[in-house]
Write a protein that binds this ligand. Structure first.
Ligand SMILES: [Zn+2]
Ligand SMILES: [Zn+2]
Ligand SMILES: [Zn+2]
Length: 334
């Protein structure tokens, strides 16, 4: 079979299953092993297509992004961090492929938002506003040179040497920010079992920056930066079909697998122990009627999150904002 040439940073396994979201999990040990930019880019195209553009969630998202841009200009720390969290919350529903399938679980969302807050507070403490100002001063003359035209309501950029100059400046900035972010304390609360590699974080940030371009331009840009996906052929692989312990979706499990993330409900199935791994505390738990972890109480659900998302995200927000005033950091990194 032809598979993605991606090695797991934890166990060395190669990705066997097809990719359904932007997060690539190891089929053998369930660690985060990479990031699929194509899936994410296609999703962004759908979300902001002309017919979806004026939907309530899209409108709210755009207004928050505009507010965030003003907070950045004014260098207003509190507003900026709060807006980053609010934007992330909408992104869970608007761009599900941008997140792990685990983000269908409340416990994971909460952890992800706590990480987001910790990351921005630390980032700003490390001079983010000034770095971002310097970067804009450098990149604005370059973006000013880019040529574009409108085609079917979409902005299409001309791919030329000016565009490549812009890409190189962006590349340099992102590489530096990612190097810095890997040293950050907030990585201790990154909600994945293995801290992401430079490659994963770099691709993640690059994709966000390429969002405004059309697919054709993005493919050329990825080729130019040597970020194209590579495939290899693997022979003689036995894949066993089984059911997710929580949502009963079909899972294809390669021989030798210990744990696998169900891409439908996000729960981590541990076939060796016949249990799931708690998304919140990592303990091995048997599935009971309540689906609640016997160690930390986190509930493992088998459903799609949408029906109650607005209510629960408000609750998540309240818990996070309550920790304002430095106490959150003090508690985490004592
Ligand atoms: Zn692995
Ligand atoms: Zn499942
Ligand atoms: Zn637990």
């Amino acid at each position: 079979m032809i598979v993605r040439n991606l090695k797991c940073p934890q166990c060395g396994g190669i990705k066997m299953n097809e990719l359904t979201t932007g997060y690539i999990y190891c089929d053998f040990c369930s660690a985060l092993m990479g990031y699929d930019m194509k899936n994410i880019h296609d999703e962004a195209g759908d979300v902001f297509s002309p017919e979806n553009m004026s939907k309530p969630l899209q409108t709210k998202y755009i207004s928050l992004v505009q507010k965030m841009a003003s907070a950045l200009n004014e260098e207003n720390v509190d507003d900026y961090v709060e807006l980053q969290i609010q934007i992330k919350e909408i992104e869970f529903d608007l761009f599900p492929k941008r997140f792990s399938p685990k983000a269908k679980q409340k416990a994971y969302r909460r952890k992800y938002l706590e990480f987001t807050e910790a990351m921005w507070i630390e980032n700003i403490g490390n001079g983010y506003f000034k770095k971002s100002r310097d970067f804009r001063e450098k990149i604005n003359p370059l973006t000013g040179k880019l040529k574009s035209h409108i085609e079917n309501g979409k902005m299409i950029y001309e791919y030329n040497s000016d565009f490549e100059e812009y890409l190189m400046a962006l590349d340099e900035y992102l590489k530096n920010s990612v190097k810095e972010s890997m040293e950050m304390k907030c990585m201790e609360v990154y909600p994945e079992p293995v801290n992401p590699s430079f490659d994963v974080l770099y691709k993640q940030s690059f994709d966000a920056s390429l969002q405004m371009f059309d697919s054709d331009t993005v493919s050329k840009a990825l080729k130019f930066l040597k970020l194209e996906d590579e495939y290899i052929t693997i022979v003689n692989v036995n894949m066993n079909v089984s059911e997710c312990f929580v949502c009963k979706s079909k899972l294809k499990i390669p021989e030798g697998s210990i744990a696998i993330v169900c891409e439908t409900c996000g729960n981590i199935n541990d076939f060796e122990k016949q249990k799931i791994q708690c998304i919140s505390c990592g303990a091995s738990v048997a599935i009971h009627d309540s689906n609640a972890c016997e160690f930390c109480g986190a509930v493992h659900m088998s459903f799609s999150y949408n029906s109650e998302s607005s209510k629960s995200s408000e609750q998540i927000q309240k818990t996070i904002y309550k920790k304002k005033g430095g106490s959150f950091f003090g508690r985490l990194f004592k």
